[in-house]
Design a protein around this ligand. Sequence first.
Ligand code: BT5
Length: 246
Amino acid sequence: MSLSAEALQKRIHTPILYRDVVDSTNDLATEWLKSGAVHGSAVIADEQRKGRGRLGRMWYTPPGVALALSIILKPHADQLGSIGIAGAVSVAMMCAGLGLEGVSLKWPNDVRINGKKVCGILPEAVWQGDQLLGVILGIGVNVRVQFRDELALTATSLVTEIGHDLDRADLAADLIRRVIGWCAQAGSDALFEQWRSSLDTIGKQVVVGDVQGVALDVERSGALLVQQQDGSVQRVFAGDVMLREG
Ligand code: BT5
């Protein structure tokens, strides 16, 4: 089913900017934030030509099959570290609400179904001098993306997992509502515990950059605590976890 501004605006009352094709919804949302977008506004595109992941990586968003959205949020600066977490928890709970099983989070905020990535999250803070203008919470969800090549080994789609079609406008509206709700709880015990209990990383052998060991726990800052073989515990704030199963 095609996405459209009308279909979206019928379902949700926060301001929506819809485009058929963009380079990256996060870039458009950044411009909109700078020109005065209100908290909860969202940019949604059917296709991204230059969808971005973290650290300059690409995010694959072909036309007609994915959800690419960027929600403009205006949290307090001390809630910044929780915005990506709020996004991940919102997507995980949306998946659970659809009746999907096997939903978990890989630290820090990949959403996975049965161990395959269904959603990636890219929070980007926008500053003007030392003033926080807001955060662009970029969320990419594979709705019915067919993967080929090496992504097929690690990625999945909602429709593949659930076995029936889903309406992207319904999903977008549901997700935006959940994100606004969890964003209001950024920094709370409720959000932290929901995130922590959804992580599939804790207790596993991990490699994160130069650090190797057992993922012991997470801290409220979002950091992952990794116990290395010599017993020392390293706090990891960002990076890619390679899980060593078993
Ligand atoms: C992420 O990065 O997972 C964050 C992705 C955020 C995408 C959204 S879409 C809306 C908004 N606008 C943007 O331009 N971006 C945001 P990272 O953890 O770096 O993961 C990137 C890696 O995931 C790539 O290197 C691929 O290996 C893999 N990948 C790329 N496209 C994928 C897809 N559609 N599904 C699953 N994995 C994918």
